[in-house]
Structure formats: structure tokens, C-alpha cells
Design a protein around this ligand. Sequence first.
Ligand SMILES: Cc1cc2nc3c(=O)[nH]c(=O)nc-3n(C[C@H](O)[C@H](O)[C@H](O)COP(=O)(O)OP(=O)(O)OC[C@H]3O[C@@H](n4cnc5c(N)ncnc54)[C@H](O)[C@@H]3O)c2cc1C
Length: 384
Amino acid sequence: MRLTRHHELFRTSVRSVLERECAAVEDWEREGAMPVHDLYRTLGEEGLLGLTLPVEHGGLGLDLGYSYVWARELGRVASGSPAMSLSVQTDIVLPLLVAAGSGRVVEDFVRPAVRGELVAALAATEPGGGSDLAAVRTTAVPDGDDLVLDGRKAFITHGSVADFAVVLCHLTTPDTAASGLDSLALVVVPTDLPGVRRERYSAKLGNRACDHGGLDLAGVRVPREYALGEPGSGYEWLTRVFTRERAFLAAVATSRAERALAGALARARGRGVLGRPLAEHQAIAFALAELDAELALVEEYTGAVFQLLDEDRPALRQASIAKLRATRLERDAAEAQLRVYGGEGYLDGGPVERAWRDARAGALAGGADEALLHLIAGHLSTDH
Ligand SMILES: Cc1cc2nc3c(=O)[nH]c(=O)nc-3n(C[C@H](O)[C@H](O)[C@H](O)COP(=O)(O)OP(=O)(O)OC[C@H]3O[C@@H](n4cnc5c(N)ncnc54)[C@H](O)[C@@H]3O)c2cc1C
């Protein structure tokens, strides 16, 4: 991504906002919750929730380089939770609503969400499976001017705190079957409607401050204008959402890997065994050098994916590759950091073990590793 002096000035200012507003992140992790609505209002006032959205919808109308810098700075925070939470709002749901939503969707959801008054969720995964779109069972059936939704969603970031969710479902009539890619649709559902039941997951491996939960929808009625895009375009929109989401998660993971590697290096230089710092033992020096080399490549590649997105070029394969490698690198760097910290890294509640726990989500959220490999393998058979 070609970054200018303006992007770098933005980096400096967003870094200081995040240092100030996420100063209590260690407490949030201990408590297992972050004050998401308060945080969003403050970040909304700073203009950070609509960086790349059009000015006429309340955004700042900036290029994707700002989204890249935003992701990289979120990845520098001491826990993965703020990045996981904010990615859903700024780079998954809101760009989708602007691109595919009706005027009413923009009025009812985009403007207030850019101000930080509403918190968004993307509800695609179901208890029956997240990797396989054929597992989607949730339906939206037209009834007069409304759609009536029934189904269950699982593992949703913001599942119990979101004010609205974009729900992946099959848009069907009473006579058509709820299956196949053609009937997939994305429908905006306010979570305070009758028939919506929210469940909070209280015990999780990582990203403990970030809310995750399930959503049950039983006869939930929304206006037809809350369906996104033209009928039959749900799969195409989902593909676009996944592309930007994966690029963003790759940029976040790049910074989280960088952070863990820096932590590992500092410890390896300061801790000695057999009369020499750990960093001077070849086994450790080479392990850290491997990570450093991979970081240089991942950083460059992820930046290039953002450049493709900024030029509005197709990039699902490239974004999937970036996410696969960057999140894997984050896990490897967190593992290396844990290793050089010895027994101290094993203690609960510290940044070292938290980085290791948080990194595991990268193999699932935004697409499981094998789901990404399945997609990349599919391109192998068509492109070669
Ligand atoms: C922290 C976190 C946040 C999340 N946030 C959201 C969210 O906001 N919205 C949302 O909709 N979902 C969210 N998810 C769900 C996530 O998208 C799913 O967990 C993921 O898609 C995998 O689906 P699954 O858990 O049902 O596992 P399954 O689909 O049952 O897959 C299980 C395992 O099978 C393997 N596998 C998958 N596909 C293949 C394949 N093609 N070949 C071989 N092996 C394969 C993988 O190892 C995978 O882990 C989140 C998950 C986590 C952990």
C-alpha cells in the first residue's frame, strides 16, 4: 500500500487515541467485558468509525490506506479484543451497508453507527457450521411489506451487545426451497425486536473482553428494505465482505505478530542461560530470524492486498492468502514469545499468555485455515 505523509500523520494521531481510550484494556480482559458502547461513542466523535465511508453518509471519504493504518494500529493494542470488535463495525458491516443498503438502511443504521451510537454484528455462522454455506438454515420469508426471519446464529462477535446484526439467510417464498447459493441474502435485523433472543458466551479461550454470543430469531419481522442488494446477490456481497474482512484481519495479525516478536526479542536479549543471552544461542536466534523474515513478507503482501482493494480490483484469493499467513505468523510469534519467557510466560493474566490465547482465533474467525486453503486450492484448479 502506498502510504503518504498524511497516512503517517494519521498513524500518529490514531495511536495516541487508542493508547488513551484502550488504556484500561488489561482490566477489560480480567473482567471479560469492554465498555463497547462508550468506546464507540468516543471513537465516533474522533471520526474513526467511518474513515473510508462516503462523506454524505457521515464518513470521512478517505482511501483504503487509512483503513490499513487503522488495522495496524488496532493490532498494536495489548489485547486482541479491541481489533476484533472494531473490525466488525468499521471494515465489515458499515462498508457493506453503504454499498448494498437501501436509503432507509443508510438512514436507520449507517449514520448512527458511524457516530458510535449503534454497535453492529455480522451473523453468518450457525450452530450447524460456519465453514460451509450449505449449512445455513436461517430463512427470511416475505410477508406483505415485511420479511419474517427464523433461525439460529452462533459464535457472533458482538452477539449479545450488538444493536443490529446483518444476518445471512435464505430469502425464500413459501414455495421455494431454502438451499443453494442463489437464495442467500443478507438482511439487517435490529436486535431489540420481538423474537430476537441474545445469548452471551462467558467463558472463552481468548479475546475475553470482546463480546461473543449466539442469536436466536423466531418470527422476527423487519421491513423488506432491510434486505441488502438485489434479490439473488447475497453470495456476491458476502464474497466482497469476506475479502475486505480478511485483508483487515491480516493487517491486524501482522501488527500482533510484530508485537509478539518484539516481546520475544527483548526477553531473549535480557535473559541469559549458560553465560550468554538467549538471543545469542543459535537455536533462538534462528527461530526469531525466521519469524522476522516471514514478517517482512507478510507485511509487504498484506499492504499489496490493500492496494488491490483500493483500486477496486478482485482480491478474494489474495486476501485469503494474506489472512492465512499473517494469522499463522501471529500464532508462531506468540508461541516463540511464550517459549523465551519460560515459566513466567505460563502465568495466567499476563500479556505473554494472553497473546498466545488471543492468536488462536485467527485460525477460525473470518474463515478457518482449511476453508481458506480450500478456496486457494479452488483457484489452483481454475487458474492453472
Ligand atoms: C473469536 C471468533 C469470532 C467470530 N466471529 C464471528 C462473527 O462475527 N460472525 C460470524 O458469522 N462468525 C463468527 N465466528 C465464527 C467463525 O467464522 C467460525 O468459527 C468459522 O467459520 C468455522 O466454523 P465452525 O466453527 O462452525 O467450524 P466448522 O465449519 O465446523 O469447521 C471445523 C473445522 O473443520 C476444519 N475445516 C473447515 N473447512 C474445511 C475444509 N474445507 N477442509 C478441511 N477441513 C476443514 C477446520 O479446521 C475447522 O476449524 C467467530 C469465531 C471465533 C472463534
